[in-house]
Design a protein around this ligand. Structure first.
Ligand code: ZN
Length: 386
């Protein structure tokens, strides 16, 4: 083989491997989810998919392709509101996109009418019908379990159960403990990913450049597959501990890793992605070190305090929606009082008053020169005079 042939063949192979690898760096982030990412692992920040890379339901986020993987955490808002009386397929809370999935139908079911609950993939199934779609099958399973238990429980016990469900979403200490506990499982997988990355994209190209590719292809492929299998085994064990119920995701990922070794370099992403997903986005902002997302935290709490107007009109549904949002707000404000997230005065009126402004929006804190109207950006939220 002459030099030019080698360059052509080697480059094509390398290009395929790089493309396969890069495709694993793309993740889908729904509009009701937030992603926290970090380049160094020390400072975390919110990452929002660019608007041109998605549709009304979500967008594609391109993760930092440099290893190690596992520097992404998502948080998914609940697709339902739960009160002691029933469940409603609607969550009044919105994130900065203010989007709601079409599955937030506002349908209400009292616990007395719930005969069975389950999950079909990401769908929450009540009385053998798809009730709403969750962000992940893990979320669907957790909700199905809770609703099943609440439907069987006595009326007096339901209030405590619904309250516990809300409190758990804000359990900062639990989230921190889980993060710490998972470190020992995830770190070795991240390191193996780095080893495979260096082997594939640094070691092989330099070796091929010196000795030519044809003499190396078999030993190189053998080492590559061996490393991928090793990562897949480590991944399987860690995933089983962290996501015991997610057996189909586990199996699917392992098969992909063994058949396509570049996939295994991003194994840690699958482990971290939904690890803290059941917690409120502000809990993630609080436990991930160095995340200076004060403004985001404030906007989440102010959104709970001054929610946007909605179209759900049935009274029982409305009551359930308000019950959930009030519970969330109470837990949040209680934690703020104890010195968590931000200083209580940061939730009050803006301290810097702009020239001529006489009112402000309590939700987005924009200032206005008019009063007694709604904020143009926050439907249903009335302006407040200074
Ligand atoms: Zn506003």
């Amino acid at each position: 083989m002459n030099f030019l042939d080698f360059i052509g063949e080697g480059q094509t192979l390398l290009l395929i491997l790089i493309l396969l690898y890069l495709s694993e760096c793309l993740i889908w982030v729904k509009r009701e989810s937030v992603a926290f990412v970090s380049a160094s692992g020390r400072r975390w920040r919110l990452a929002v998919p660019p608007s041109w890379m998605g549709n009304a339901n979500g967008g594609i986020l391109f993760l930092n392709p440099l290893p190690p993987a596992g520097r992404v955490f998502l948080s998914h808002l609940s697709p339902v509101s739960i009160s002691p009386s029933g469940i409603c397929a609607f969550n009044i809370q919105t994130l900065s996109s203010e989007a709601r999935s079409p599955y937030q139908s506002g349908e209400f079911l009292p616990f007395s009418k719930i005969k069975g609950s389950g999950a079909d993939g990401a769908y929450l199934v009540l009385n053998n019908e798809k009730f709403t779609k969750c962000a992940t099958s893990k979320q669907a399973h957790a909700l199905a379990k809770l609703i099943g238990a609440m439907a069987k429980a006595s009326t007096s016990k339901r209030e405590g159960m619904a309250r516990t469900w809300v409190v758990k979403q804000f359990a900062v200490d639990d989230a921190r403990a889980l993060l710490k506990e998972s470190e020992s499982l995830i770190k070795p997988i991240q390191q193996m990913g780095v080893v495979l990355f260096l082997f594939l994209f640094v070691f092989i190209p330099s070796l091929a450049f010196v000795f030519g590719l044809s003499s190396l292809s078999i030993p190189v492929a053998a080492v590559m597959v061996a490393l991928a299998v090793e990562i897949a085994i480590m991944f399987y064990r860690a995933h089983k501990k962290l996501y015991p119920a997610e057996s189909s995701e586990r199996l699917e990922s392992v098969v992909k890793m063994i058949l396509c070794p570049p996939v295994s370099m991003r194994a840690a992403d699958i482990l971290t992605r939904n690890l803290l997903a059941q917690y409120s986005p502000i809990v993630l902002a609080s436990v991930l070190p160095g995340s200076g997302e004060q403004q985001f935290v404030r906007s989440v709490i102010l959104d709970l305090k001054h929610p946007l107007k909605h179209e759900v009109s049935e009274e029982a549904a409305q009551q359930t929606i308000s019950w959930t949002v009030n519970e969330q707000l109470n837990v949040c404000l209680d934690q703020v009082k104890k010195g968590r997230y931000l200083k209580p005065e940061e939730l009050l009126a803006p301290t810097q008053r702009e020239e001529n402004s006489i009112s402000y929006c309590p939700r987005c804190r924009c200032q206005f020169v008019v009063s007694e109207v709604e904020c143009p950006d926050c439907p249903g939220v009335a302006l407040v005079d200074f």
